[in-house]
Design a protein. Structure first.
Length: 317
């Protein structure tokens, strides 16, 4: 079976209806269908798909693994794009999402390696974890106002991602969200963001400029580890913790401004910051972890605050 025409009057395409119909390359989904079930077209041979405005829901894995799929138009009636709905579609490069979508599920476009751009509609409020992981050709993304949380690994391994615009509504950025986005050069994090997850920007090797928000309370572990192009950082006054290996391996980091509310600097927090020359630890800091500034061979000017109570082994070795 290479093609099928679904007749009018059918409101629902059930779960797994055409799953692994490996030769099915053409289908007409009529206006009137309201829901596409889980795994309904998983593994089919479509080159393009047009989802009509009558559809409100695209199920989990609905078009997962459609290895020939290059173009998708999602109608204006769709509210929810399910988990893994278009994941592992390696040739997918043209996606149009209707304006009614509010939810993009976990892994929705994971491993769509040809996808170079996508417009996320202004009505989207939720983007699931790993939604765009391994979209290796994706160059830019604008997250619309209304999104409050970026779940873990949302854009992990998007190695061509150069430009990111984050909304003022954003409150938290999860673990590994921009992990190994090696083309990203700058990130401005809105002032309302209170937490940035571990390894969020780890291995962003082109990242040069970072503006951290005033509401941030901690710099979590390995957040900027091995950001080898980062040359300066200012820690806002609201931050109390710089966790382990937060800036480890930032080889070109020359200047650090540590806010006056930081109380703890974790193990190896600035380890292997080869270009760091001067350091002023504020009076608020009570502990510096082991190896916190280990192997910083250019560090020649250190000022320690009056509040220090503990310095770990090899902190300045």
């Amino acid at each position: 079976m290479t093609s099928i025409n679904i007749p009018d009057g059918i409101p629902l395409i059930e779960d797994e209806t055409f799953r692994t119909c490996l030769s099915l390359a053409s289908i007409n989904i009529p206006n009137g269908v309201t829901s596409i079930g889980d795994c309904a077209f998983e593994g089919c041979a479509f080159i393009s798909i047009d989802i009509p405005n009558s559809v409100t829901e695209i199920g989990n894995y609905a078009f997962c693994g459609c290895s020939s799929l290059a173009s998708v138009t999602i109608g204006d009636g769709v509210i929810s794009i399910g988990n893994n709905a278009f994941s592992q579609c390696p040739l997918l490069e043209d996606v149009s999402i209707g304006d009614s979508v509010t939810i993009i599920g976990a892994n929705a476009f994971n491993d769509c390696s040809k996808l170079t751009s996508i417009v996320i509609p202004n009505g989207v409020k939720s983007i699931g974890q790993l939604a765009f992981q391994d979209c290796k050709s994706l160059k830019s993304i604008i997250i619309p106002e209304g999104v409050k949380h970026l779940e873990k690994q949302t854009f992990c391994f998007c190695e061509s991602l150069e430009s990111v615009s984050l909304p003022t509504s954003l409150i938290s950025i999860g673990d590994n969200v921009f992990y190994q986005c090696t083309s990203l050069t700058e990130i401005i994090i809105p002032d309302g963001v209170e937490s940035i997850g571990s390894q969020c920007f780890c291995f962003c090797s082109s990242l040069q400029n970072v503006l951290l928000p005033e509401m941030l309370s901690s710099i979590n572990s390995e957040v900027f580890q091995d950001c080898i192009a980062l040359n300066n950082i200012s820690i806002p006054d609201n931050v109390t913790l710089i966790d382990r290996q937060a800036f480890a391996g930032c080889e070109t980091l020359t200047t650090i401004t540590i806010g006056n509310t930081v109380t703890s600097i974790g193990d190896a927090a600035f380890d292997y910051c080869l270009a760091l020359q001067t350091l002023e630890i504020p009076n608020s800091v009570t502990s510096i972890g082991s190896g916190a500034f280990g192997y910083c061979p250019s560090l020649v000017d250190i000022s320690l605050g009056d509040g220090l109570e503990a310095i770990g082994d090899g902190a300045f070795q």
